[in-house]
Design a protein around this ligand. Sequence first.
Ligand SMILES: NC(=O)c1ccc[n+]([C@@H]2O[C@H](COP(=O)([O-])OP(=O)(O)OC[C@H]3O[C@@H](n4cnc5c(N)ncnc54)[C@H](O)[C@@H]3O)[C@@H](O)[C@H]2O)c1
Ligand SMILES: [Zn+2]
Length: 363
Amino acid sequence: VRIVNVCLAERSYPIYITHSEIYEFGNCIKEHFKHNQVVIITNPTVDKLYSEVVTNSLKSAGYNVNKFIIPDGEEYKNIEWVIKAFDFLLENKYERQTGIIALGGGVIGDIAGFIASTYMRGVPLVQFPTTLLAQVDSSIGGKVGVNHPKLKNAIGAFYQPKCVFIDLSVLKTLPMEELKNGLTEVIKHGFILDSNFFEYLESRIKLLQELDAGVLLHAVSHSCEIKAYVVHRDERESGLRAILNYGHTIGHCIEQLTHYTRYKHGEAVAIGMVVESLIALKMKMIDREIFERQLGILKKADLPTTFPDLKVEDIIKSMRYDKKVQYGKVRFILPTAIGKVVIRDDVPDQIIVNAIMEMPKTS
Ligand SMILES: NC(=O)c1ccc[n+]([C@@H]2O[C@H](COP(=O)([O-])OP(=O)(O)OC[C@H]3O[C@@H](n4cnc5c(N)ncnc54)[C@H](O)[C@@H]3O)[C@@H](O)[C@H]2O)c1
Ligand SMILES: [Zn+2]
């Protein structure tokens, strides 16, 4: 078991990274869940694949296990399903010490985390992420919440788990589309903060896609370390944590303007990373080689790097409505080198427009 620590004073917690050791889960969480009542929150897809082995491991560690299932899909990450979960927990008389286990991808992690953060003013939470995106990104750092019809992730809280348990073997059942979704965030982590890691990925991205055990372990643990470092430095996103939004300013606009149907999040962010590094190139913050290297690795990972058929004016308009706009200024995270970014809110519209116009178009 490899351990990466998230250091947040009294809210610190470990991320356990294992391979084919789900049976260890129950023992692993013993020091985090003292009470013997636990509820797994999951969806039908993950339930079929992993509930049984997880439940068995919990039972042999002495836990009483119950399960609450939310349908599979982002559209169920809403307040109605939070209330249904509250009904279930209250009907079963679960008290304040009951442990909640979020078993699934980012959708389950976010909603189960939110349920844990509010039920009885907060019950202990363990994240058991089963998608690559959830393992390297959403399960770490305590952002939990649900969507509002008017805005994604509009309702939420910061609520750190007691621990995160990752078993890399669960990625074997993950569709390639979903794996690529998470790869974007792994590549992003290297590109914004760690040039050595970025280089490591440049030569091993195919092995990573093939789930080579050694590469996977290194890439996931290193990615977790980077996310943990950022969260340690800035838990509530008052500064540094915003750098994780690299590629997301444009990425979010693309997702929104294509109604969240055409692209996976990671795909939209990959396009966003290309546009945003092109902006940095136009602002003479990086040279072309850096732009090309990022483009190269995204292509190797089969991520989209061409711009969809969207109107530039609509992109600019949508950018201004994003919740990350502070005091009317659009904030960009821009590279200055591989492994280094800065936060800028003074990018002229014309440069954004030029960068988008210059992007090769999706045919
Ligand atoms: N809290 C944060 O900091 C944070 C960060 C990034 C994203 N998010 C949120 O994460 C969500 C996206 O998460 P996601 O990309 O993991 O999507 P997801 O949770 O929808 O999972 C993708 C699909 O994979 C299936 N699945 C999960 N694990 C599997 C496995 N091991 N084998 C086979 N299928 C499996 C799921 O059932 C689902 O159909 C969004 O709601 C986003 O807002 C949160
Ligand atoms: Zn993201």
